[in-house]
Design a protein around this ligand. Structure first.
Ligand code: OGA
Ligand code: ZN
Ligand code: ZN
Length: 395
């Protein structure tokens, strides 16, 4: 009954996104607390009255400059009803409310936010998914050219999508001067500073305040597990690597956690449930965090790994749980040592690693500082900045 007006197609709804009208509204029916909408592809979607009132986009309800809501749902009674509902000439849903307020909903926006089971399943399938990897990643390393990433937004986006979905990337052709890294990082966003500086120098130092600043073998870890929020992305830029040894090692922490969940669900659960102490102390700083090794997001999906044996405190758990905690911890570290998960590569001058520090564990093999110089420059950028930059580039 309502032809879709092509001029409305992809109309932006005040939040930089566009909502193409792939399906039109063809019918409305009311229940006691909701409106049931029928679409031109025969799907039906319930919209509760409160939900519709809450999402009114009129200029009284949303401030058009900030695109943020002014209205709060508690300012109307929970039983507020539409007095009249209809579909207008342009295919919009119009609602006149009992209290005299009017709302108008764009069909593309409504469809994109419908919460019937089919619509929610469609959205779930569209959420970015981590591509898990193992040793084979050594031959398929996502490599990007520094100059291209700096000059071309399309190349930048390709790189950032790989960081998001794979969590391990390499840049080549990076000039070996010390001031290049912040310029590159700022191509994404601002840098996350820490007690080790805005930029940190990974070099063997006499008065080291971290095992990272020695020539020792550094086992697989995430950086700053001692913090409430571990840094999202880590950059390691090789200025010189003439020493014998000192190769980079990576494992996909999500792949190991997923394999552990398959092989030994009870051990996986312990690593999700047990807070572990991570700490790092120096003369001038004292960091401490209790958190599980495997973090799940609100959907129950593996979203974070926290690991650094050299930064770990003594386990504190109920006595009857201690043997199982050690079994789980040992199994996780054993898995990080299994060749099926490991990528080992030497980083040469002019190359740079960029990886998801909350997913991809990194390590360094021992090197001989007498055999030659080794100097990496590092910095962090948070995951939120990566995701925001991707969204802006995709607009
Ligand atoms: C670090 C680190 C790796 C390397 O500084 O945290 O992991 O190759 N360095 O030296
Ligand atoms: Zn309104
Ligand atoms: Zn590190």
């Amino acid at each position: 009954m309502n032809a879709v007006d092509p001029s409305l197609d992809a109309a932006p709804i005040a939040d930089w996104r566009s909502y193409p009208i792939s399906t039109g509204l063809v019918g409305l029916s009311s229940t006691s607390d909701s409106l049931e909408v029928t679409w031109s592809d025969a799907r039906t979607s319930p919209f509760h009255h409160q939900w519709l009132r809450d999402n009114c986009t009129c200029s009284q309800c949303v401030y058009s400059v900030t695109r943020e809501q002014l209205f709060e749902i508690v300012d109307v009674p929970p039983e507020l009803h539409p007095q009249r509902t209809r579909i207008d000439q342009q295919g919009h849903l119009l609602i006149d409310w009992q209290d005299g307020h009017h709302s108008r909903f764009h069909p593309g926006w409504l469809r994109a936010h419908a919460y019937d089971d089919a619509s929610r399943a469609e959205r779930r399938a569209l959420r970015p998914q981590s591509r898990l990897w193992g040793a084979e990643m050594g031959e398929q390393l996502p490599q990007f050219d520094y100059q291209a990433v700096m000059e071309d937004d399309a190349a930048l986006l390709q790189w950032l999508l790989a960081v998001r979905d794979i969590g391990l990337t390499q840049l080549r052709g990076v000039p070996t001067s010390e001031d290049v890294l912040p310029v590159l990082a700022k191509r994404i966003s601002f840098i996350r500073q820490s007690n080790f500086g805005v930029l940190f120098d990974v070099q063997s130092k006499a008065d080291a305040d971290s095992n990272a600043y020695t020539s020792f073998n550094l086992p697989l870890h995430t950086d700053l597990p001692t913090r409430e929020l571990q840094p999202g992305l880590q950059f390691l830029h090789c200025l010189v690597n003439d020493a014998t040894g000192g190769e980079s090692v990576f494992v996909d922490g999500f792949a190991i956690a997923a394999a552990l969940q398959q092989e030994a669900p009870e051990l996986f659960q312990i690593l999700c449930d047990t807070p572990i102490e991570f700490r790092n102390r120096s003369r001038t700083s004292d960091y401490h965090r209790m958190a599980p090794i495997i973090g799940l997001d609100a959907y129950g999906v593996i979203s974070e790994i926290r690991m650094g044996n050299f930064l770990r405190g003594a386990f504190d758990a109920p006595a009857e749980r201690m043997p199982a905690l050690y079994s789980a911890y040992r199994r996780f570290i054993e898995m990080t040592r299994e060749p099926r998960f490991r990528v080992q590569r030497r980083l040469d001058a002019g190359q740079l690693w960029c990886f998801d520090n909350r997913r991809t564990l990194h390590a360094r093999t021992e090197f001989d500082p007498a055999s030659g110089a080794r100097h990496f420059k590092g910095c962090y950028v948070d995951r939120d900045e990566l995701l925001s930059r991707i969204h802006v580039l995709q607009r």
